[in-house]
Design a binder for this molecule. Structure first.
Ligand code: ADP
Length: 481
């Protein structure tokens, strides 16, 4: 079975969120299962710098309108084969994968990810410049959403899977891009790539893919509703027989408190006291009062309304009167960043925010915090709540998407069953979040129950084996069709 995994980010080379983690871990798990998998990725400067020994494979000319690109071959640090698209005109520039240094979308994102989508399709076609041809092209989010459309209108023999990691981002561009990106004009209609008079990369993927997956069973249901379908609920419920929710796993080697080099002291279930050294280190590093007994809340993530960071900032002054401390790590919305830094200044020693991206600090927060906060308004899967459970840091989560599928609320019944692993609230508002945080603090002070909760969290299996097998089943099924 040959699979081309097309993606716009892969950890540790280039990462803005969970897609990068999944794009590293899922292909690795499939590779272990003897799937002949190659990752296809744009050659951003971060990628070319991290992998200086890539081999030049071949030049690619796609007429019309695309610049010349070269395909470089190599492999990821985890051994998975990698194909990198070198195209200086579109990819080699400062800033990030999708935005410039001021947080503005690159104006040529349609061309940048049109090229990625186009090459992903080309590699399975008769006129591919490579001998290696995939049976399955696995696309991820809007950045590769045009691939199924290109495949549909080409002589490609591959079957196509489209995975939705976050439906909120859709890649919407003006209608003239249809012709400019070399798609036949007849696909610009409601039964095609058109979405409210524009071209939608995401809709193209959802319409033309042979199978759609998303990253948790609950989110698979939610995206068929008006509340969370972002205008695509009709198409998704029409395609529900071809839509599967498969829970993401996590990289259990990268995220292992027993071996994590970012921690002040490693620990595991039988030596959980080692966690307190990390709390001390986190308090020290973030300028909080060193206090082993005060419950410490942690949050890591994009500062956006999706993640409910606004609610956390709103309750922060009351949260610390529980009493408790709060650490925040993230970046995004400028106003949220400003409030987080203002709280840090005003409640010095009790609240501390670091605005920016810091992989090492994110690991230390998972280990050093007592309780993790993840009150997302919607959450396709979410990784941090799984990391936190693995690090014995029970999360407080809103009942949505993958958070429902990965966290069991702590109550008498779930404790008795030995499955309690966090604190879940239903109503997305500040009083409910605060009340649930308070419930977590009360539980924290009952050491016996807290240990039981940490135990339930840490013995959970969040590895990729089961999920990779589910993707393998879908590929097999498609190849038989
Ligand atoms: P999303 O993909 O919606 O941003 P996920 O929970 O699925 O959310 O994944 C986010 C990933 O990005 C996690 O690995 C998280 O630790 C990481 N992350 C987010 N923000 C930061 C940050 N400021 N510093 C370090 N890591 C971060």
């Amino acid at each position: 079975m040959r699979v081309l995994f097309a993606t716009s980010e892969v950890a540790p080379l280039i990462k803005t969120g969970g897609l990068a983690d999944v794009s590293a871990a899922l292909p690795a798990a499939l590779h272990e299962m003897a799937v002949d998998i190659h990752i296809l990725l744009p050659g951003y400067p971060q990628v070319l710098k991290a992998l200086p020994h890539l081999q030049v494979a071949i030049e690619i000319y796609i007429q019309p309108n695309f610049p010349v690109a070269r395909l470089l071959t190599g492999s990821l640090p985890n051994g998975v084969p990698l194909l990198v698209i070198e195209c200086a005109e579109l990819y080699e520039r400062g800033g990030g994968a999708y935005q410039d240094e001021h947080g503005l979308d690159w104006p040529d994102n349609a061309q940048r990810f049109g090229l990625l989508s186009r090459i992903a399709a080309l590699l399975s076609c008769a006129d591919s410049p490579l001998d290696w041809k995939p049976d399955i092209v696995h696309c991820n989010d809007w950045q590769t959403g045009l691939t199924p459309a290109y495949l549909h209108f080409s002589n490609g023999a591959a079957r196509c899977v489209m995975t939705v990691h976050n439906l909120a981002f859709q890649g919407i561009f003006p209608p003239q891009m249809v012709a400019e990106l070399g798609l036949p004009i007849e696909c610009f209609q409601p039964d095609g790539v058109e979405f409210y008079d524009n071209l939608s990369f995401m809709k193209a993927g959802l319409y033309y893919a042979d199978h759609i997956t998303t990253v948790s069973p609950s989110y698979a249901n939610e995206i068929q509703t008006d509340a969370l379908g972002f205008g695509l609920q009709g198409l998704l419920s029409y395609r529900r027989e071809s839509l599967t929710g498969i829970l993401n796993g996590i990289d259990t080697t990268e995220w292992d408190p027993a071996t994590d080099p970012n921690l002040a002291q490693p620990y595991n279930l039988s030596n959980i006291n080692g966690k307190s050294a990390n709390k001390r280190e986190l308090q020290k590093r973030m300028g909080l009062h060193i206090d082993p007994d005060l419950p410490l809340f942690g949050l890591v993530g994009r500062f956006t309304p999706q993640k409910g960071v606004d609610l956390v900032l709103e309750i922060a002054p009351q949260l610390i009167t529980l009493p408790a401390q709060l650490v925040l790590l993230g970046s995004g919305d400028v106003e949220m960043q400003r409030i987080a830094l203002e709280l840090t200044h005003h409640y010095s020693g009790q609240i501390s925010a670091y605005v920016g991206f810091d992989e090492g600090l994110s690991h230390l927060i998972e280990a050093g915090a007592d309780i993790f906060l993840m009150p997302s308004r919607f959450e396709p899967c979410g990784l941090n709540q799984m990391y936190s459970q693995r690090y014995g840091t029970p999360p407080v989560v809103h009942a949505t998407g993958g958070l429902i599928d990965t966290v069991s609320d702590c109550n008498t019944i779930s404790l008795k069953q030995g499955i309690a692993s966090g604190f879940v609230f239903n109503s997305m508002d500040a009083p409910s979040l605060l009340a649930t945080a308070q419930r977590a603090v009360l539980t924290y002070h009952d050491k016996k129950i807290w240990r039981a909760l940490q135990y339930n969290c840490m013995i959970k299996d969040f590895g990729w084996d089961q999920s990779a097998a589910a993707y393998h089943d879908i590929y097999t099924h498609l190849m038989r069709r």
